[in-house]
Write a protein that binds this ligand. Structure first.
Ligand SMILES: *[C@@H]1O[C@H](CO)[C@@H](O)[C@H](O)[C@H]1NC(C)=O
Ligand SMILES: *[C@@H]1O[C@H](CO)[C@@H](O)[C@H](O)[C@H]1NC(C)=O
Ligand SMILES: *[C@@H]1O[C@H](CO)[C@@H](O)[C@H](O)[C@H]1NC(C)=O
Ligand SMILES: *[C@@H]1O[C@H](CO)[C@@H](O)[C@H](O)[C@H]1NC(C)=O
Ligand SMILES: *[C@@H]1O[C@H](CO)[C@@H](O)[C@H](O)[C@H]1NC(C)=O
Ligand SMILES: *[C@@H]1O[C@H](CO)[C@@H](O)[C@H](O)[C@H]1NC(C)=O
Length: 645
């Protein structure tokens, strides 16, 4: 008989049964307090059971994905092996854990990162670099999680582009958690002690398995081909090959090696003395307090402020000089409106200050044009950037463009100061990440800001298989909701609970909060009659938001979480949550490959899944949520379908 049941939408080609006896109890997808739903589900389950019973005999070994419903435990004829007991009992290990052996905590010599199918030859590398004026490199902080590393890459990419230099990215990053016993992941990716690899001590008090990290190729996390369509970008391993240096020279913590990377000329150079020269942008030169780093200073701004090149000093690096600013009343008023140690004001704050006046004088700044004129006439400039969630800059999304204003004298242009440097390698030293806007600078034109947003949204992507898997799992969510739109949330717990940053400490309180927000989300979806998109380039509203039915009150919802405590997961599931594990089949795992065992790689897929949901709720301080917001915006989601708090 056919696998199709009349109760589920067309692609529901399998009857439900559970592949694994697990924590679900009563009605899997209902809220416990919903009696009506319980009986509804029970009735449906009964009918499905009938189909299930027979179809199982037809295809007992079908590995096609099945809904995880609780009644399957007692099914006759279902000879599913129990999952091997494991520290994480909600996980079915694939591949099976290797026989106990003495796994040292040192990188295993047999594990080399995957060869890159997209790897360029040295000739191609030479030509790519020749199209630019040298390399732009960073000290990448590989101790950070992927989404923070991604922010640094985004910023490095726009910096490299502004300076017309080839960007060099680390060849690897560190995954921070394994879904199975760490020795399983160590069989597939070199395992290192992260503290030792990075040189940080913050993890040394954790249990040993939480100190481990797995070195995974950058080309697994980022589609390098797509990135290169936006701007010439290579990996440190490419740079080393081009210079005839051993790949082991690449340093474990992501810092650019000022000496060992500069020992050889390129393999095409016969003069052995022509090693790449290095210019270091000292960290303190980048954006010290009292200065605002921008992409470049437009000519008309230079004219207004009588800008000129200044001589370089060890304190400032190369810099420019603005003519002395007359302290007009408006200038002074705006200065007093600045928060302490800050040198930018939001657009509306500037308007508010000028409208209120200084006691003697007020300014007519009702229209944007009038406001801009008053600013420019009084030594201030308009800058373009993005609004952060809840006024903070943790999510670094590029979907909400805003104007800010700054005193002209604080403005420093990256292009003005560093484009003329002739050295082969230009290194921006140290960390320029925390407390910065997306791109680690502000823009002086809307065009370059849009260019940056376009790169982030459309060129910094994971590889295809991440999106292919996310699409499959999205379809399975739709089956669970019988074709209705589905909602999801990211529950950051793990380190956020440890740091006291989680929204709620207990899983019960946390999921209750999520459910409340999703209830509000359902109402928003109900009320969506016409669509808008974020104010970003090249995006059309996703019409599916209108033509699919809104979620039913008791529909299951998707939860991405780093919570791994089985009891906590039970509690979360009992409110109707569906997890990654629930949607995944053995085939998916095989098709994707070993990397899916790494929590960090799963998180990429989970971001792509939540980018496809109809409504999304998460924490405003999470970089994971920031990535999802960007992805949703790029897909044409309506801004009302995202809630970060
Ligand atoms: C992981 O596996 C190793 C070897 O099989 C074993 O000695 C160790 O106890 C396991 N660790 C945990 C946390 O189960
Ligand atoms: C970048 O530099 C290369 C090599 O100097 C030059 O040929 C190219 O025109 C420059 N591109 C831009 C956009 O300035
Ligand atoms: C080799 O390169 C060095 C450094 O650029 C230069 O001083 C020297 O003259 C070159 N030698 C030859 C033979 O071209
Ligand atoms: C990278 O992106 C391009 C363009 O979307 C795509 O054709 C290619 O298959 C992707 N590569 C990988 C490894 O996913
Ligand atoms: C949705 O529409 C109803 C009826 O117009 C209104 O009462 C409710 O406040 C709206 N809810 C939201 C979240 O906009
Ligand atoms: C929503 O639709 C109404 C009428 O259909 C239209 O007048 C209004 O401008 C639309 N709003 C947006 C934000 O598109």
């Amino acid at each position: 008989m056919s696998d199709h049941t009349p109760f589920l939408p067309t692609r529901a080609d399998s009857p439900p049964y559970s592949t694994k006896p697990r924590r679900r109890f009563l009605p899997t997808f209902g809220r416990p307090n919903n009696v009506g739903l319980f009986f509804g589900t029970a009735a449906l389950s009964g009918i499905l059971f009938h189909f299930l019973f027979f179809s199982l005999f037809v295809a007992p070994a079908s590995n096609e994905w099945k809904l995880a419903l609780p009644f399957s435990k007692s099914l006759p004829g279902l000879h599913r092996p129990e999952p091997t007991p494991n520290v994480f009992d909600h996980a079915l290990p694939y591949p099976p854990p290797p026989p106990p052996s003495d796994h040292s905590h040192l990188p295993s010599p047999s594990t080399v990162p995957d060869a890159r199918p997209d790897e360029l030859t040295v000739e191609e590398l030479r030509d790519l670099v020749a199209g630019t004026s040298g390399y732009f490199v960073r000290d990448f902080s590989l101790g950070l999680g992927w989404n923070n590393v991604r922010y640094i890459i985004e910023a490095a990419l726009i910096q490299a582009k502004l300076l017309n230099r080839t960007l060099v990215l680390p060849s690897f990053v560190y995954a921070r958690a394994c879904e199975y016993n760490i020795s399983v992941c160590a069989d597939y990716a070199p395992m290192v002690n992260r503290g030792e690899a990075i040189g940080w001590s913050e993890w040394s008090s954790l249990p040993l398995e939480q100190q481990m990290g797995w070195r995974i190729p950058m080309s697994l996390m980022l589609n390098m081909t797509l990135l290169r369509q936006a701007h010439p970008s290579i990996l440190v391993s490419d740079y080393l090959r081009l210079h005839g240096l051993p790949l082991e020279t690449e340093f474990s913590n992501g810092a650019w090696q000022r000496e060992s990377y500069h020992k050889n000329p390129t393999v095409f150079e016969t003069n052995g003395s022509k090693t790449p020269s290095l210019f270091v942008i000292e960290n303190k030169w980048y954006d010290p307090t009292g200065s605002i780093r921008v992409d470049s200073i437009p000519d008309n701004m230079k004219l207004r402020g009588h800008w000129s090149h200044a001589s370089m000093s060890d304190e400032t690096g190369p810099t420019g000089r603005w003519a002395e600013q007359t302290e007009t009343p408006a200038f002074k008023l705006l200065m007093t409106a600045l928060p302490e140690n800050k040198f930018v004001l939001d657009w509306e704050a500037a308007r508010g200050a000028l409208t209120a006046g200084d006691g003697d004088e007020t300014w007519d700044v009702e229209s944007d044009e009038d406001l801009e004129k008053v600013l420019l006439d009084n030594g201030w400039e308009v800058l373009y950037t993005f609004r952060g969630a809840l006024g903070m800059d943790y999510t670094k999304t590029v979907v909400d463009p805003v104007r800010q204003v700054a005193p002209r004298g604080t403005i420093r242009g990256l292009v003005e100061e560093y484009k003329d440097i002739k050295d082969d390698v230009l290194l921006l030293a140290g960390e320029t990440h925390l407390g910065r806007k997306p791109g680690a600078l502000r823009f002086t034109t809307t065009a370059t800001r849009a260019d940056f947003a376009r790169i982030v949204l459309f060129h910094l992507h994971a590889v295809d298989k991440v999106f292919a898997l996310a699409e499959k799992l999205d379809n399975r969510m739709s089956r669970l909701t019988e074709g209705r739109l589905w909602m999801g949330a990211h529950m950051r717990r793990g380190d956020f609970v440890r740091l006291g940053w989680a929204m709620e400490n207990t899983p019960e309180a946390h999921i209750t909060r999520v459910v409340q927000h999703l209830d509000a989300g359902r109402e928003i979806l109900q009320n969506l009659t016409n669509l808008t998109t974020y104010d970003i380039p090249n995006v059309k509203p996703d019409q599916a938001q209108l033509y699919r039915e809104v979620p039913a009150a008791d529909d299951p919802f998707y939860i991405a979480t780093d919570e791994r405590d089985p009891d906590a997961l039970d509690i979360i599931a009992s409110h109707g949550a569906v997890f990654f594990e629930d949607l995944l089949t053995i085939e998916d795992r095989r098709a994707f490959g070993w990397a899916l065992m790494l929590t960090d790689v799963r998180a990429l897929v989970e971001q792509a899944i939540l980018a496809r949901g109809a409504y999304f709720y998460a924490h405003s301080m999470s970089s994971v949520a920031g990535g999802i917001t960007n992805m949703r915006a790029a897909r044409g989601a309506d801004p009302r379908t995202i809630l970060l708090d």
